[in-house]
Ligand binder design. Structure first.
Ligand code: ZN
Ligand code: ZN
Length: 643
C-alpha cells in the first residue's frame, strides 16, 4: 500500500496510508473535541464528505458546526431529507426538481398536483423527524452520466433527466439516504441524525428554472440549525419581521399602493407616503448642497443611440424596456442617469480649475424585473436613485472618496443606521482602463476608508469591469443586512463619451468619474426604513407629527384654532373632531403611529393649552400650542443634527 502525506493547514504533516477516510485522517491530525465538531472537510480547498477516501497528498481543514459553511451544509442536507420525506409520504405523485441551501435556510421544488399547502407541513416534519431518528448515512456514489440519466428516467424524475442532459460531464455523483437518491455534488452531513432542529416555513409557486414558460412547481422553504435555541431565536425574528413587513405597514399607514391596472412593480405614493418621501428628499437635497453638490434634473427617455454610446444597450439591454419611435427615431426609457450627466458635462468645455464637479439628482429610472422577483417597495420596475456623479482630477480622487464616505455615513446615521459592513471590490479579470489608473483608484478608496476609520473587507476581483468600488450594507433593527450605498470609480464612460478637460499643462485630459448612490433607491430605502422603525418614524420624518382630538363638540372651535396655529408654525398636524369616544380616537392615532396626540377637553380650552400624549402612552404636562410647536422644532432639529 502506498503512503500519502496529510496535514491540516499550518499543522504538522503525517504519513498515512492512501485510501484512508477523511474522518480517520482527522483522528490523526486534530484533537478529539475538534473532530467531533467536524461534519465534513475542506480537502486542498475542495469540500469533501468525512467518509471520502484520500488517495493523494492532502491539506485538510475541518468544516465544523460552528462555521457558516457547516450550517450551509446542514441546511443543504436538510433539503435532501425534506425531499426524502415528501417522496416517502406522497410517492409517485411527486417529482423532485432542485433543492439548494439559501441564506437562512433551504428550499426544494416539487412538481405535484394539487400543490402543497402549509397544512402538509406537520406530516412532512413528522416524517423528517423519523428519518433523523433512523440515523441513515448519506452515501455517495459516482456514475457515468448515461447511467444516471437511465436511472432517473426509470424513476420518472424528468427534471433530473433534463438537468443531466444539460450537463457537460462524463460522470456525476449521487447521494443516497434511506431509499431516496438525489443528484448532487455534495458534500453532506455524515448521517441524518445530525439534523437536530428544523422547521418548514412557507410554500410558494416557482417556475422550473425560473422561466415563466415552464411548469409551475411548488417550492417548500425550511430552515435548520445545529442548536434548538438558535432555531427559536430565528423563528422569533421571523415573527417580528412579519409584523414589520413594509407591505402590511405601507397599507396600514396609507403610504403607498401598487395596483394591477397600473402595472406590477410601479409604486403609487399616497399622500402620507408622498409627504414622507418629500421630507427625505428635502433633507437629502439640503445635505448635498451643504456638502458642495449641485442639483440636476434630466429626462426619462433618450435616443437609443445614446444608450449605444454608453454601452447600456449591449451590456444592460435585457433590463431595458423596448424602444418607442418618435419622428422615426428610436428612443428608450432610461435605466440609469449617468449618460445625461455626462451630456451636461460635455455641453461645455472644462478646465482643471473647476474640479471637483459634484452633480446629484434624484433620478427616476426604469428597469425590467421578472414579475416573480417583484416585492413591495424592495424590488420594483420604476425607482428613483439618489444618484450623483463626481468629475475630478486624479490628485483629487482620495479627497473626493473621503467626502463621499463622510456624507454617506452622516446621512445613514441621521436615518438611524450606524452599523454596517463595508466591502472593497478590486480589479476583475476582464477590465478596461490602465493598470496605473486601477492601482491609483483602488489605493484612493483604501486610503479614504482608512482615514475615515472604516473597517472593510476586500472582495478580490469582484469590481465591475470599469473600475473598483465600495459597497456599504446597513444593518436594521432586526440585524438584517441591506445593500444600499455604492461608490464606483469609472474609467469606461469618460472614454466612451470622449470627456475632456484642459489641464494645468494646457493639454486635454480625461476626467475621473465617480458614480455613487447612498440610499440606493428611494423606494427600497423607504421600504427598509418602514421595517427598521416598524412604521414609527422619528419626528422629523413623520408624515403626521401630531393629531388634535377633542373630548366633546364644545371644544371643536378651540381645536380648529390650535390646528391653524400649529400649521402656521410648521407642525404637520391633523385633527380628529369626530363625535367618537376619546379612547377610540387615541387607538386610531396609535395604529397610524402618530408621534404626538394633542388632547383638548374643557380644562385645556379654559387654560388655552393642550395635553400632550406620546405615541408610547406617556403624558406630558399641558402646554400652549406655541410651546408644543417649539418642542417639535427642537426635537426635529436634534434628529437632523448636522455632522
Ligand atoms: Zn445535495
Ligand atoms: Zn452613474
Amino acid at each position: 500500500m502506498t503512503d500519502i502525506t496529510v496535514s491540516i493547514s499550518e499543522g504538522e504533516a503525517k504519513t498515512l496510508p492512501a485510501g484512508i477516510s477523511a474522518q480517520d485522517a482527522l483522528k490523526e491530525l486534530v484533537s478529539n473535541k475538534q473532530r467531533k465538531q467536524a461534519i465534513a472537510v475542506m480537502c486542498n480547498g475542495e469540500p469533501l464528505d468525512l467518509s471520502a477516501a484520500l488517495t493523494a497528498d492532502a491539506v485538510l481543514e475541518p468544516i465544523t458546526m460552528k462555521s457558516d459553511e457547516g450550517l450551509h451544509l446542514l441546511r443543504h442536507s436538510s433539503a435532501h431529507i425534506m425531499a426524502q420525506a415528501v417522496k416517502e409520504l406522497f410517492g409517485q405523485d411527486v417529482k423532485v426538481a432542485i433543492g439548494p441551501a439559501i441564506e437562512d435556510g433551504y428550499y426544494y421544488d416539487f412538481d405535484r398536483e394539487p400543490s402543497f399547502t402549509p397544512d402538509d407541513f406537520e406530516a412532512i416534519e413528522k416524517k423528517m423527524a423519523e428519518i433523523v431518528k433512523a440515523r441513515q448515512p448519506f452515501e455517495r456514489r459516482e456514475l457515468p452520466i448515461a447511467e444516471a440519466i437511465e436511472f432517473f428516467d426509470k424513476q420518472g424524475e424528468t427534471y433530473k433527466v433534463e438537468l443531466l442532459k444539460d450537463m457537460d460531464a462524463d460522470t456525476v455523483s449521487l447521494y443516497q439516504q434511506g431509499d431516496f437518491i438525489d443528484l448532487c455534488r455534495g458534500p453532506h452531513i455524515p448521517d441524518t441524525s445530525w439534523l437536530k432542529s428544523f422547521k418548514l416555513l412557507r410554500v410558494a409557486g416557482s417556475y422550473w428554472r425560473g422561466d415563466e414558460k415552464n411548469a409551475m412547481l411548488t417550492r417548500l422553504y425550511g430552515t435548520a440549525f445545529f442548536d434548538k435555541k438558535e432555531l427559536k431565536k430565528y423563528l422569533n425574528r421571523l415573527e417580528e419581521a412579519k409584523k414589520r413587513d413594509h407591505r402590511k405597514l405601507g397599507k396600514q399607514l396609507g403610504l403607498f399602493t401598487i395596483q394591477d391596472e397600473v402595472g406590477p412593480g410601479l409604486i403609487l405614493w399616497q399622500p402620507r407616503g408622498a409627504q414622507l418621501r418629500r421630507l427625505i428628499e428635502d433633507y437629502w437635497k439640503d445635505e448635498h448642497y451643504r456638502f458642495g453638490y449641485d442639483l440636476l434634473y434630466t429626462p426619462h427617455i433618450a435616443r437609443q443611440d445614446l444608450w449605444k454610446t454608453s454601452g447600456h444597450l449591449d451590456f444592460y439591454g435585457e433590463n431595458m424596456y423596448s424602444a418607442m419611435e418618435i419622428d422615426e427615431v428610436a428612443y428608450q426609457l432610461k435605466p440609469m442617469n449617468c449618460p445625461f450627466h455626462i451630456a451636461i458635462y460635455n455641453a461645455n468645455k472644462h478646465s482643471y480649475r473647476e474640479f471637483p464637479i459634484r452633480w446629484c439628482e434624484l433620478g427616476t429610472v426604469y428597469r425590467y424585473e421578472r414579475t416573480g422577483a417583484l416585492h413591495g417597495l424592495m424590488r420594483v420596475r420604476g425607482f428613483t436613485q439618489d444618484d450623483a456623479h463626481i468629475f475630478c482630477r486624479p490628485d483629487q480622487l482620495e479627497d473626493e472618496i473621503f467626502n463621499i464616505i463622510d456624507l454617506n455615513l452622516h446621512i445613514l446615521k441621521t436615518f438611524g443606521f450606524d452599523d454596517y459592513d463595508v466591502y472593497l471590490s478590486t480589479r476583475p479579470e476582464k477590465y478596461v482602463g490602465s493598470d496605473e489608473h486601477w492601482e491609483l483608484s483602488t489605493e484612493a478608496l483604501k486610503q479614504a476608508m482608512e482615514k475615515k476609520g472604516l473597517a472593510y473587507e476586500v472582495d478580490p476581483g469582484e469590481g465591475v469591469f470599469y473600475g473598483p468600488k465600495i459597497d456599504i450594507k446597513i444593518k436594521d433593527q432586526l440585524g438584517r443586512s441591506w445593500q444600499c450605498s455604492t461608490i464606483q470609480v469609472d474609467f469606461n464612460l469618460p472614454e466612451r463619451f470622449e470627456m475632456t478637460y484642459t489641464g494645468a499643462d494646457g493639454a486635454e485630459h480625461q476626467p475621473i468619474m465617480i458614480h455613487r448612490a447612498l440610499m440606493g433607491s428611494l423606494e427600497r430605502f423607504i421600504g427598509v426604513l418602514i421595517e427598521h422603525y416598524a412604521g414609527g418614524f422619528p419626528l422629523w420624518m413623520a408624515p403626521e407629527q401630531a393629531r388634535i382630538m377633542n373630548i366633546t363638540d364644545d371644544q371643536a372651535e378651540y381645536c380648529k384654532k390650535v390646528y391653524a396655529d400649529l400649521r402656521k408654525a410648521g407642525v404637520r398636524v391633523e385633527q380628529d373632531l369626530r363625535n367618537e369616544k376619546l379612547n377610540y380616537k387615541i387607538r386610531e392615532a396609535q395604529i397610524m403611529k402618530v408621534p404626538y396626540m394633542l388632547i383638548i377637553g374643557e380644562r385645556e380650552k379654559e387654560d388655552r393649552t393642550v395635553t400632550v400624549r406620546k405615541r408610547n402612552g406617556d403624558n406630558l404636562p399641558p402646554m400652549t400650542s406655541q410651546e408644543f410647536a417649539d418642542m417639535v422644532r427642537k426635537e426635529c432639529e436634534e434628529g437632523l443634527e448636522v455632522a
